[in-house]
Design a binder for this molecule. Structure first.
Ligand code: F0G
Length: 434
């Protein structure tokens, strides 16, 4: 099996060894992706191997990413793998959410069950392992919080030095706290995500630090496992729709690549359709997809949303995301109010998630109302982050104190405020009986 990097840009297609430390094509500047040549194992055999590994105590088999390692064979040696037993995330039924979106059944694949509480771990295990394989000493990223938490954890586990740059005052405390605890050198920059990405790219090159943002093609390879594990859990029955929030668009790029590789190798019988949901104040991909050829891709220089995880105006992976969505998929945008209410509904299902993740349910509801998704369609939405990532947002919503980025108040439609009671059993009894 030959693994190599290839330029994603159509006329270029230049190829490079996987051991070269590059993030864009040196010839044309296009995005890179990992590709593989050689014999592939027969689908039925692969499915058997993957099922059997669930019984194994081997660290790679216990990982919900490396269990599927035949789909991303870019490492030569297993000893380079850094795993925190990521993946293995459940697909959960959610009746209340289904009725809220007016569909028969929506299920959530909850990536918040990962070791650091977000889907980033699926990609970071691959990126960190590649860093080890390359003999890198320091790793860096810009982040809206989850990438940095994940990178810090995997770097710490690998004995690498994590350096994170985050937009000052714009990431949730749960995420910042994680990075501090995992020992990352943390730089809070007075700039937004897109501006800091430009800085960290230059710094990485100048200082020989390995960049672990999703422009790193190995991150994408790891994140493919979310779709692979999903199909395995669904006994290879492909849903009609896979719904995902869109920020820097790495995840949708990974899903598209993963699904099309499964399809080409005969592991699934059809392609799922993808729906990408963005926050209305940070929706350049949504704007682009309305008429892709009219103005080209136009970045939003002032992205705004309380769903800070997806507060990104210039997503690097948009060309890959465009391919993934294709002509069958959909891109939608949802308001702050819609995100906040959908989040509370997901909470009421006993599931919970962070704000960005809830954009999925808000999006399905909107697409259903517009008749673009059918009531009987088989839908799996991906919840990208854990409910505990952003407790401040939750408290404000449930106490009717949440305000949008423009200062407008967001109504706690499903508010469930706590009640302060005196230290008096009679009074408490009265309250509970009333
Ligand atoms: N949901 C959550 C919870 C995220 O943290 C992110 C991205 C997304 C969705 C969007 O995914 O960028 O692949 O389209 N967070 C990044 C970060 C940007 O730095 O943690 P995407």
């Amino acid at each position: 099996m030959r693994a190599y990097l290839a330029c994603f840009h159509d006329p270029c297609g230049a190829e490079y060894p996987v051991t070269e430390v590059i993030y864009n094509c040196p010839k044309c500047g296009g995005l890179l992706e990992a590709r593989y040549d050689g014999a592939v194992t027969e689908p039925w055999t692969l499915k058997q191997i993957w099922r059997e590994r669930r019984m194994s105590n081997h660290p790679l088999d216990q990982s919900g990413v490396w269990r599927y390692r035949e789909m991303f064979p870019f490492l030569e040696e297993d000893r380079h793998v850094i795993t925190l037993r990521e993946g293995n995330t459940p697909i959960l039924d959610a009746c209340i959410a289904s009725s809220y979106a007016a569909v028969d059944r929506i299920r959530f694949k909850h990536q918040g069950f990962n070791p650091t509480g977000s889907f980033k771990d699926n990609g970071m295990t691959a990126g960190a392992s590649q860093a080890v394989r390359l003999g890198m000493k320091r790793v860096a990223c810009v982040s809206t919080g989850n990438t940095s938490a994940s990178m810090a954890a995997y770097a710490a586990a690998a004995g690498l030095e994590p350096i994170i740059l985050i937009p000052n005052g714009n990431i949730a405390f749960g995420k910042l706290g994680q990075a501090l605890d995992y020992g990352a050198k943390t730089l809070q920059v007075d700039a937004n995500f897109d501006q800091i990405l430009a800085i960290v790219r230059i710094l990485s090159e100048k200082l020989g630090i390995y960049l672990l943002n999703s422009v790193n093609p190995f991150r994408i390879e790891g994140q493919k496992s979310i779709v692979i594990e999903m199909m395995d859990q669904l006994d290879w029955q492909v849903p009609d729709w896979i719904v995902v929030p869109g920020g820097n668009l790495g995840n949708i790029s990974a899903f598209g690549k993963g699904a099309s590789e499964l399809y080409k190798q005969g592991l699934i019988a059809k392609m799922p359709k993808f729906a990408v949901i963005q926050a209305a104040g940070a929706s350049p991909f949504y704007e682009f997809m309305k008429a892709p050829h009219e103005h080209g891709f136009v970045a939003n220089t002032h992205p705004e949303t309380l769903a800070t995880a997806i507060k990104i105006g210039d997503p690097v992976s948009w060309p890959k995301a465009w391919r993934a969505v294709g002509t069958e998929g959909l891109v939608e945008s949802v308001t702050e109010q819609e995100i906040a209410d959908a989040k509370a509904v997901i909470g009421r299902c006993g599931i919970g998630c962070e704000p960005a993740s809830a954009a999925t349910l808000a999006g399905v509801r909107k697409l259903r109302a517009a008749g673009k998704i059918g009531a009987e369609d088989n839908i799996v939405a991906v919840l990208t982050g854990n409910v505990l990532k952003d407790p401040d947002y939750i408290y404000r919503y449930h106490t009717n104190q949440l305000q949008g980025p423009d200062g407008s108040s967001i109504h706690g439609t499903f508010a469930n405020p706590p009640t302060v009671v005196p230290n008096d059993i009679e009074a408490i009894t009265k309250l509970l009986e009333g």
